[in-house]
Design a protein around this ligand. Structure first.
Ligand code: 5GP
Ligand code: ZN
Length: 114
């Protein structure tokens, strides 16, 4: 999708520090890390947010979640633990309107979420 920063990363127009990819998803380090490990995992297909998931597109979310444990192992946070977050829309604090899951770890994270 034109003007989508994550689509530009996926098609190579904008560089990224890649940690995993396959034909359907890309995982890369967040440019502004909020924890020692901060990786984003995104579908290569442009989906606006988790609010846009439905019976057919939710398969990509299942695929993403099937890959997260292996990525966490590679990142060295599988044992210590981590958090997976997806922000949705304005009140959810979503800045980039392309579905993505934050993987945060490498330190004890704050308990508060809201
Ligand atoms: P959101 O607030 O939409 O849930 O998260 C968007 C995330 O994308 C932010 O954590 C932000 O730092 C990250 N981000 C924005 N632009 C870029 C970029 O060009 N490259 C990378 N690697 N991360 C980005
Ligand atoms: Zn996009």
């Amino acid at each position: 999708m034109k003007d989508c920063i994550f689509c530009k990363i996926i098609n190579g127009e904008i560089p990224c520090s890649m940690v995993y990819q396959d034909e359907r998803v890309l995982a890369f380090r967040d440019i502004n890390p909020l924890a020692p490990v901060h990786v984003l995992i995104v579908p290569k297909q442009h989906i606006e947010s988790a609010q846009a998931l439905n019976e057919s597109t939710s398969q990509i979310a299942a695929h993403i979640f099937s890959k997260i444990p292996g990525i966490a192992k590679e990142l060295g946070i599988a044992e210590s633990g981590y958090r997976v977050i997806t922000n949705i829309g304005k009140d959810g604090g979503q800045a980039v309107p392309h579905l993505h899951f934050h993987i945060l770890g490498g330190r004890k994270l704050e308990t508060a979420l809201g």
